[in-house]
Unconditional design. Structure first.
Length: 654
């Protein structure tokens, strides 16, 4: 059961026998939501009754758990055994009844060549789960047992028996495949690992392949001792960015994304004087209405991101202000806790954020910060759906936290100990309209899900101080002025001034490894063709200048090119022979009431030759581009913020 007294919560779900309620937790037999519970204890029994409130305020009994000292009493009838294959798999089906007076978990006993075995997971192997029976309850259950050793087996369960023969298994079996894209200067690489086990009674020598898009990309040959279990490792570098299907041996492929493209990410300039600009992610519309400039966050990918600048650390307190109009509340098939402003790794469920202002499914506002290992959350006020409002949170270690709607106090919580440390999450951006949500999955380093705020935003501020109510109202009354405590004003976004241009310059590159025998030796190349792959809306532009040099200092010659959408092929024969080449690219995007339109550059490929050799030069991954220089609003789009991870389980959200 989960819930609180903040919101009405009533519901109970036992799921269906064919599926687990939580994929990674077969022991979970029911889930529910409640507001409070009553525990009754007597000499003979313990009863826990769970109650919830409906939206109309009425109370309902959600569930009752009854525990006493009696022993479980289960009866199995109509037992049937069926051989499934030659690998030793046997299906057992039976009707089981709980004839006792207490809850009982079903445990089935069988004998394999006289050796006793117990089965407590029932259903299809990948969805098998514990079965719990109430007193008097009857259910049909099925389980799969595997006899592993080669040879004849007599399987007995109750009065049923089956004789099977297990053939020698295949040489290797595999499990626990793990694919991890690397970061930093290795962002064009993946690390892959898998556990392999030799199923035979003898040593073998075998080769295990790594597949990329169903083609063998690498192999690893090894000796395996009899029944040896070993972790195999692969590393692979990609020449181009994009999505790839990766698998090892006979495992199902996983999709990974290699960063490869650069683009304009429009920058909202900062009026605080600190240079803490914000990034417009997605394709939001920028509209002027009645003298107010607003950003419309309509799609899941539309949000505002303030990068994690060092000047955003606020150890004693903070204030966040957002003027917004919430378009709608979350649908049933969407994540709630839609963020007005948030900083951290997750918007809830642990000490995972510095600040949050979120709208829950009912329209209520939830606020919070985290200190030490404590999530310090509270609730108060409601979102004005379809109406503009000023939402603010102010937190000071001594005075506590206060939430405001249109300058009016919505909620207040007391302060925290002076020695407590507010969790800063200084490596995380401040988001408006976006957040990860749920428990942090250790293997991912982040939650499984994300959440988004559909709405419009017109005013964003962040202070490295908890403002008083008087100071906050002064800011809201004069939103175009810096206002009081402007020395602590760290972010003040200016939606009238958005940078939409930028330049990328590649490094000077020689077509091949150049190791001259003496310092003045030169090796000249003819640069034949440029291949450029782009995504270019009509409202955006890409202009390139291909430059050549003999010393990486002075430009010997250059050729200007206007790139088009798609794949461009440009002859470079008019350039003279030279030792080095670089490409300077000017980007131009457009933001306005029709949306945000940005140019995307996926790759450059140069072919070159001399009297002996030919070579290619390729820029198509993040490390390739980062060897050059960036200016203006050119950067990399995030690759995984709009992705869910179905292979993992969030114990709250599934």
């Amino acid at each position: 059961m989960q819930g609180s007294l903040q919101d009405p919560a009533e519901g109970y779900d036992e799921g269906v026998p064919e599926c687990r309620l939580l994929e990674e937790f077969p022991e979970v037999v029911a889930m529910g939501r409640n507001n409070y519970g009553i525990l009754d204890i007597s000499a003979d029994a313990l009863d826990c009754r769970f109650f919830g409130f409906r939206p109309d305020g009425s109370r309902t009994l959600v569930d009752t758990v009854h525990l006493e000292h009696g022993e479980p009493q289960l009866v199995f009838e109509n037992i049937h055994l069926r051989r499934l294959d030659n690998d030793g798999h046997v299906e057992i089906r039976a009707d089981v009844s709980n004839i006792g007076t207490v809850l009982a978990a079903v445990v089935m006993e069988l004998a394999d060549n006289g050796c006793k075995k117990k089965l407590n997971l029932f259903g299809e192997p990948r969805q098998s789960r514990i079965v719990l029976l109430a007193p008097g309850e009857q259910r049909n259950v099925s389980a799969v047992y595997q006899a592993r050793t080669p040879g004849a087996h007599r399987i007995e369960c109750g009065d049923a028996e089956e004789e099977i023969f297990v053939f020698e298994p295949k040489e290797l079996s595999f499990s626990h495949m793990r694919i991890v894209p690397l970061q930093g200067d290795k962002a064009d690489c993946i690390y892959a690992a898998i556990e392999a086990v030799n199923n035979l009674d003898r040593e073998i020598y075998t080769t295990v392949p790594l597949y990329i898009d169903q083609r063998i990309a690498a192999t690893q040959s090894s000796f395996f001792r009899a029944h040896e279990r070993r972790l195999l490792h692969f590393c692979h570098a990609f020449r181009r960015g994009g999505s790839y299907q990766i698998s090892i041996a006979d495992q199902l492929p996983e999709e990974i994304c290699i960063e490869g493209s650069i683009r304009i990410i429009p920058r909202v300039l900062d009026k605080s004087g600190n240079g803490h600009y914000a990034l417009l992610q997605g394709s939001p519309k920028i509209v002027e209405v009645n003298g107010q400039r607003e950003v419309r966050l309509e799609s899941y990918g539309d949000y505002i991101e303030i990068p994690p600048f060092p000047g955003l650390v606020a150890p004693q307190g903070f204030t966040g202000i957002v003027r917004a109009s919430v378009d709608r509340l979350a649908h049933e098939d969407e994540m709630g806790h839609n963020p007005l402003m948030m900083r951290g790794i997750s918007v809830g469920w642990g000490a995972a954020y510095m600040l949050r202002m979120v709208v829950d499914r009912s329209g209520n506002l939830k606020w919070g910060t985290c200190y030490d290992v404590t999530e310090y959350q509270w609730q108060g006020g409601a979102a004005n759906v379809g109406t503009w409002a000023d939402y603010a949170i102010s937190f000071d270690k001594r005075r506590g936290g206060t939430s405001y709607c249109d300058g009016m106090v919505a909620a207040h919580v007391p302060g925290i100990p002076a020695k407590a440390e507010i969790r800063q999450w200084e490596d995380q951006p401040i988001f408006i309209g976006y957040s990860h949500i749920g428990h942090v999955i250790p293997e991912l380093g982040k939650p499984k899900y994300f959440t988004h705020l559909p709405g419009r935003v017109a005013h964003v501020r962040f202070y490295r101080k908890g403002l008083t109510g008087e100071s906050l109202r002064a800011v809201l009354d004069a939103p175009e002025e810096k206002g009081p405590d402007h020395g602590h004003l760290a972010v003040w976004l200016d939606f009238r001034h958005i940078l939409t241009v930028g330049t990328h310059t590649t490094e000077w590159r020689h077509p091949a490894i150049y190791d001259p025998a003496f310092k003045t030796q030169k090796k000249y190349w003819r640069f034949c063709q440029l291949r450029a792959k782009t995504q270019l809306p009509p409202q955006a532009a890409l202009r390139a200048s291909v430059e050549v040099s003999d010393d990486k200092i002075s430009v010997k010659a250059h050729m200007k090119i206007v790139l088009k959408d798609g794949t461009n092929y440009i002859e470079l024969s008019q350039l003279p022979e030279a030792q080095y080449l670089r490409i300077v690219t000017d980007f131009s995007a457009s933001v306005g009431e029709r949306g945000t339109f940005v140019p995307v550059l996926y790759e450059y490929q140069i072919t070159a030759e001399n009297e002996v050799d030919s070579a290619d030069m390729l820029w198509a991954t993040r490390p390739d581009w980062e060897r050059g220089t960036f200016s203006g609003a050119v950067g990399f789009a995030p690759v995984d913020r709009l992705r869910d991870y179905p292979a993992y389980t969030d114990i709250i959200h599934g």
